[in-house]
Design a protein around this ligand. Structure first.
Ligand code: ATP
Ligand code: MG
Ligand code: MG
Length: 555
């Protein structure tokens, strides 16, 4: 849905276009590190970067920021591509990789050394940190800071060739140890990592730091607007310093713009923490339907539209805030309400016997989606023995209980009006059967006077003989605290919701669902929106609850 007013990034872009900055060009990028699966926070960044490209008839690159071989894997690269495409976006040309630029980045680093703007430091990480100073006190210069260019070149060559161990040397930019901006106090450019990279193998033993690699990669790709989250605002002078070392008149000069990251209540979003949940078996995998990952949301039954609408609705701002996870749930409910076929499924079945029903069976017409006039209708079987939801019957019901009770009437959806007559119980007093009578003249849509009769409640049901069984997985929030990782002295896993998954082994479904395929979504009337899980087979159907219904028919 187009918005009437521009967000602050669009304002900047339109001003840049008007003033002919970079020749009026627009080119964005989405730069994930392939060290985990994408989550809903990334979706916000994807919708923003690709959305801007679409809006300004421009391109958006997908760039894998693969500069740390210890954490990155091909599996993540593949999953990220799938997720971006599933969300409905297309990147410019082939996916890009920072690792494609390792040689260029190295050459530029050598150039900086030759210019006296970078040096090799042999101190430990701790010593370097100690010398950084504080925002109000200048830092201390490294004893290696003023070593000769030749020596720096030699050592950098050794680092590159794998002659050093991790931690024995780093390359630092020589900027200003007294700068009020800590990020300009001789930041690291390269470190030694002797690990195999998922794309470049063992070619490299040095890997560039984010601050050095990112802006230079933006420059190589001709990115005009490099959008990142707010914590990088203080890095911007460094981003610009590195760029200014290589910038050539007449080329595109990228500009870094920061926006507030997405924070969601009841959710952790750091990839490190999500990885922990996967590795410790708290969830079944990155695509567990309780995960805030794009693959988890997809498996749960979210649609790309619902995620894009959510991103659109929360907008883009410069101030940090926390979005209520209910807004995300609302967006999927809203979309599935429009598109999901309605079906009947009984999750907690109890038998309902219609004592005065004479026939064998009959097939009744049921509307597929009242929100979509093109959705048509289907036939559902009706017979003497049905299943209804256990919670839809009460023996001694209060006056306001508008469902089934003894001596009271309800309508069975798409079928007849029935009246509760008696119950059968087992030795523990649990109801095993409810007996009722029906009014044969009251069939929905038959046009008779009895069919128009208003009764207080309408129940869903399935015919016992025709019903098919399915496993149904009901999900609740993974955490029962609003800010699980916002507690100083408590680990986020202390706030795991023990009831985040409830499995119903044998729910009873109407037979039209027999051939439902993974990813298909339905509204189980009165129960919520459900989609077929990837574990589902024709022998054993498995459904996930995507989200509950806000309203049911009987209030
Ligand atoms: P995490 O902290 O979860 O590991 P990250 O920022 O390290 O995330 P990247 O793969 O580097 O993960 O992120 C790719 C892009 O997605 C970056 O441009 C980053 O700004 C953006 N991004 C990550 N998390 C969020 C978020 N919660 N909201 C908006 N954008 C985000
Ligand atoms: Mg990152
Ligand atoms: Mg990270």
């Amino acid at each position: 849905e187009p918005k009437a007013s521009l967000n602050f990034i669009e304002t900047i872009i339109e001003e840049n276009i008007k003033n002919g900055v970079n020749g009026g060009a627009v080119h964005t990028r989405f730069p994930p590190e392939p060290n985990g699966y994408l989550h809903i926070g990334h979706a916000k960044s994807i919708c923003l970067n690709f959305g801007l490209a679409n809006k300004y008839n421009a391109q958006c690159n997908l760039r894998f920021d693969d500069t740390n071989p210890s954490k990155e894997e091909q599996e993540y690269v593949d999953a990220i591509k799938e997720d971006v495409q599933w969300l409905g976006f297309e990147w410019e040309g082939e996916p890009k990789y920072t690792s494609d630029y390792f040689q260029q980045l190295y050459d530029w680093a050598v150039m900086l050394i030759k210019d006296g703007k970078a040096y090799v430091d042999h101190q430990s990480a701790e010593d370097i940190a100690k010398q950084k100073g504080t925002p109000t006190e200048p830092g201390k210069e490294s004893p290696y800071r003023n070593r000769p260019v030749e020596e720096n070149l030699e050592w950098f060559e050794k680092m590159k060739n794998g002659e050093l161990k991790a931690g024995e040397a780093v390359l630092r930019a020589k900027i200003d140890m007294a700068s009020p901006n800590m990020h300009l106090r001789d930041p690291l450019m390269y470190r030694v990592i002797n690990k195999t990279h998922h794309r470049t193998g063992d070619t490299w033993h040095i890997y560039p730091m984010y601050d050095y690699a990112h802006g230079q990669s933006d420059y190589i790709e001709g990115i005009t607007h490099s959008i990142c989250t707010l914590e990088f605002e203080v890095h911007r002078p460094l981003y610009e310093w590195f760029l200014n070392q290589i910038y050539k008149e007449g080329t595109v000069k990228p500009r870094q713009i920061e926006f507030a990251r997405l924070n969601l209540s009841y959710t952790v979003m750091s990839k490190r923490k999500l990885l922990q949940l996967v590795e410790e078996g708290v969830v079944t995998g990155w695509d567990d339907p309780r995960m805030p990952t794009i693959s988890g949301l997809r498996r749960r039954g979210y649609t790309p539209e619902s995620i894009r609408n959510f991103a659109n609705k929360i907008g883009v701002a410069r101030r940090e805030n926390v979005i209520d996870v209910a807004l995300l749930e609302h967006s999927v409910r809203d979309h599935l309400n429009k598109i999901a076929p309605r079906v009947m499924a009984v999750l907690d079945p109890v038998k309902l016997v219609i004592d005065n029903y004479e026939g064998e069976e009959e097939w009744l017409t049921a509307e597929n989606n009242p929100e979509d006039e093109n959705a048509g209708s289907r036939q559902v079987p009706f017979s003497k023995v049905l299943y209804i939801e256990r919670e839809d019957f009460m023996e001694d019901a209060p006056r306001k209980f508008f469902r089934l009770s003894l001596g009271r009437e309800v309508r069975l959806k798409n079928a007849y009006i029935i009246k509760g007559e008696s119950v059968v119980k087992d030795e523990n007093g649990n109801i095993t059967e409810i007996h009722c009578t029906y009014d044969p003249d009251s069939r929905s849509g038959s046009g008779t006077e009895a069919s128009m009769r208003k009764v207080k409640g309408t129940l869903h049901w399935v015919s016992a003989n025709h019903a098919i069984d399915a496993e149904v997985r009901l999900y609740d929030r993974l955490f029962n605290d609003e800010a699980p990782d916002g507690h100083k002295d408590k680990d986020f896993k202390e706030f795991l919701n023990p009831d985040s998954l409830q499995v119903i082994p044998a729910a009873k479904l109407e037979p039209s669902l027999k051939d439902a395929k993974p990813m298909e979504g339905f509204q189980f009337q009165r129960m919520g929106y459900f989609s077929v899980d990837k574990d589902s087979t024709s022998e054993k159907l498995v459904f996930n609850r995507a989200v509950t219904l806000k309203d049911s028919w009987a209030k």
